[in-house]
Design a protein around this ligand. Sequence first.
Ligand code: HNI
Length: 142
Amino acid sequence: MTLTDNDKAHVKSIWAHVCSHPEEFGAEALYRMFVAYPTSKTYFPHYDMHAGSEQIRAHGKKVVTALSDAVAHLDNIGGALAKLSDLHAQKLRVDPVNFRYLAQCLLVTIAAHCRGQLTPEILVSLDKFLTLCGKILTSKYR
Ligand code: HNI
């Protein structure tokens, strides 16, 4: 899967809203994932699972910041996410299905806060981008 120039422009335009509030968007998406897909919680046994907990906020910020780095390098997302790709495949060993869950919850969070800006066309491009990031983060599994 590749992003067209149109996709790249769409992703950059919507991400401008997201990256100005990384902790808020990230924490809400993570909390939504934990509630909607409880099996995803098994990777975070050490976390306080209450909405807005310090750990969820800190981790949410890290996730969105990593995605912002990918948005800044849309022509080389693999390079931008290379270290995280090693970490998730070799150390964390997260079941790939969870990347779909998180992408879904990020989309819902962005839809809830960016309403008018998230046109159907931008939604398609953003979904492609998040799917691509998930593919890259699970590409080194063996
Ligand atoms: Ni993920 C750690 C980015 C999906 C489980 N993850 C990180 C870190 C970043 C990150 C950044 C911190 C690395 C560091 O400290 O060096 N994760 C991302 C991104 C995505 C993603 C960009 C997808 C878009 N991670 C997921 C998913 C799960 C997941 C879907 C499981 C449901 N990640 C983890 C766990 C850690 C982690 C577990 C360690 C967290 C901790 O606090 O110990």
